[in-house]
Structures are given as C-alpha cells and as structure tokens.
Design a binder for this molecule. Structure first.
Ligand SMILES: Nc1ncnc2c1ncn2[C@@H]1O[C@H](COP(=O)(O)OP(=O)(O)O)[C@@H](O)[C@H]1O
Ligand SMILES: [Mg+2]
Length: 342
C-alpha cells in the first residue's frame, strides 16, 4: 500500500504525491500537456489538486518565465469578473477612476488559469470564446482592441455536460476548452495514496510549526486510511494540520483525530455529500450529524480553527484566506459571521 519514491513527482518547489495507477496516469500526461499550447480543461471534485496541477503544467511549459495568473470565476459578480478579466478604461463605470489592466493582459506570454469556469456567467462565456478565437478583446468601456498571447487552463468541479443540457454552459466554449482534458480522480478512488499524503503533510506542518513529530500510531493511520475524504486532499491536509497543531506527544494518536471521521459511514457515500466535495461537506456536516451534537460541535470547532489559522497566516487578508480555503469571499464572510469572528 505504501508509496515509494516513484510515487512522487518533483518539479522544483512542487511535490505531487501519488503512487496509485490513476495518479501515475495523470503524471504521465503532465509533460504532454506542458509541451503544447492548447487549452486544457481540468475536472475533478473540490480538493483533488486542480489548482496545483494547473500551476505545474505552467511551470513545466515554455511559458514558465512568464506569469501564471489565476482567477476564480465563481468568486466575483459578473460585472466585476469582466473588468478583472479584461480590464477597464477610466470612466467605464462609477469608481473606474483610471485605466486598469485585466488578467488577460497581466498573463501576456504566460498562462491564465480560470478556476470554477462552470460558474462563469453566460455573457462572459461569449466574450471568452471570442478571445480564444481571435486572441484579442476590448476592455470594459474601451474602444481599442488589445492583443494577447495567453494560454488558457480552465478547471471546474461541476459536470459541464449537464450544465450544457440546462443551458448554463455554452457548448461551443466547452469544446473549445475541452481540447485537452485531464480528470483528477477523487481520493477515495486512490486509497493507495493516503499514507504517503499523510506523511507528506505531517512533515510539512510539523516543520512549519517546529514540532518534533515522528508519525502516526498504527491505529491512527488505520482510521485515517479508512476514512473516505469527501473533501479530498484539501480535507486530508486540513485534518493533518489540525492534529499536528494540537498534538502534545511524539506520535499522533487516534484519540486526537477529529471525531467526525469515525462517525461517517465508511466506504459508502452519503448521497447528499457526493459529487461536490468539501464545499458541500463543510456546509452539510453539522446538519447531517445533527443528532449527535458532540460531533457537530467538534466539526464546527475544527472549521472555526481552520478559519482563524488561515486568517492569521495571511495577516487577516480575507481574499487570500478565502482562496487558500478554496472558498469564495462571500462564503468566508458568512462563515466568519457564523463563528463570531467579525
Ligand atoms: N498530488 C498531490 N500531492 C500533494 N499535495 C497535493 C496534491 N494534490 C493537491 N494537493 C494539495 O491539496 C490541496 C488542495 O489542492 P487544490 O489544487 O487547491 O485542489 P482543487 O483546486 O481541486 O480544489 C492543496 O493544498 C494542494 O497543494
Ligand atoms: Mg481549486
């Protein structure tokens, strides 16, 4: 079950863990995706590594010396997203006091990573499609066309084909982006990777916190291997960060693991938790576990602590914190309010 060295793909500062056959296939595709300039669509549940893989593809490509710009299409209202992407000219709208370059221009010669592309409003999908075709666009409120040389990587946790069926995603844009497609399997389909990921994150967080931890007890390891991680690698990382934080011994023992990992049905997906990964799980967990208040409470404590730690890490910056947590700013705001953090 353990990963050996071949399960690690190293690329400069990046380290990708995965000895499972499914991840090995992904690793094999990365150099190919890096070698071309075609658009890539990365799909997979929240927390499966879409952002990380996008960045690695860029870093291994001929564009590596130029910027990698990431924008979350689900985190901003349509008007703001348009001006973030394409820039605006002075006077384009109230508050546009000067010309502002958009992400497309900032990513010139580099890669623009459009995450949560499934959340992009339809009118912007039209504009994006025309940029992909013509490699030029007009900033909001402007007249002059701007030419750009940008490679697009898009990602989504949504089933885009279903969105095409219900007319929330344009079919032509889908095929334009889908030229190269990479699917990241959920962690529960690559259980072989769990042990290596646990060690990887234990090392990372223990080092960051200056703690002398030597590992997990066999019972703790077993419990963590048995858990089904609806929030995928991000959830695993959060759990390890949490236990490293609170651990007072040399080894991480089973009794300090978050209780909810024992309460969830093992090996069996709860229908209401499937598909959308952690985004949904975080919201659903306390309600699902409503009968057992102790569990719900401990989940809330973990989540609250996670928010506090992230805010601390980014000096209170909510935009950066939300990004780190994989949430939109509004979601972070709501959670902070709910936990009395503002
Ligand atoms: N194969 C991997 N090996 C090690 N860490 C990973 C791997 N895939 C993802 N991660 C880490 O897991 C977390 C979630 O990954 P991310 O790319 O943000 O997922 P997504 O964009 O699919 O929600 C990040 O901290 C990322 O660095
Ligand atoms: Mg992401």
């Amino acid at each position: 079950m353990d990963c050996n060295k071949t399960g690690v793909l190293e690329s400069g500062a990046f380290e990708l863990i995965g000895c499972s056959p499914k991840m090995q296939k992904v690793f094999d595709l990365i150099p190919l995706l890096a070698r071309t300039d075609a658009s890539v669509l990365i799909t997979g549940e929240t927390g499966t590594g879409k952002d990380k893989i996008a960045e690695i593809i860029h870093k291994k490509s001929a564009r590596a010396r130029f910027p990698f710009i990431k924008i979350n299409c689900g985190a901003l209202p349509a008007g703001l997203l348009e001006s973030e992407l394409f820039g605006h000219v002075q006077g384009a709208f109230t508050g546009a006091t000067r010309n502002k370059r958009g992400m497309f221009e900032l990513a010139h010669h580099g890669t623009l990573f459009l995450t949560e592309i499934g959340d992009m409003p339809l009118p912007l999908q039209v504009k994006l499609l025309s940029v992909l075709d013509d490699r030029e666009f007009v900033p909001v409120g402007g007249e002059q066309k701007v030419k750009v040389d940008v490679r697009i990587i898009a990602a989504t946790h949504r089933p885009l084909r279903e969105q095409i069926q219900n007319n929330t995603f344009r079919e032509d844009l889908f095929y334009r982006l889908h030229v190269l497609h990479l699917h990241l399997p959920p962690l529960r389909e690559r259980g072989e990777d769990i042990r290596a990921l646990l060690d990887h994150f234990l090392y990372k967080f223990a080092k960051a916190l200056g703690k002398q931890l030597v590992g997990f007890t066999p019972e703790a390891t077993q419990a963590l291997v048995d858990y089904h991680y609806p929030g995928n690698i991000r959830e695993l990382s959060n759990i390890v960060e949490y236990v490293v934080n609170i651990c007072k011994k040399k080894k991480i023992e089973k009794d300090i693991l978050p209780p909810y990992i024992f309460e969830m049905p093992q090996g069996k997906e709860r229908p209401e938790l499937s598909g959308e990964g952690r985004e949904k799980t975080v919201d659903a967990a306390p309600a699902v576990l409503g009968e057992d208040e102790r569990v719900a409470k401990s989940w809330n404590e973990i989540e609250r602590q996670m928010i506090v730690d992230t805010l601390k890490k980014f000096g209170g910056n909510r935009t950066h914190s939300a990004r780190e947590l994989g949430w939109g700013r509004m979601k972070l705001y709501r959670k902070m309010k709910a936990y009395g953090l503002m």
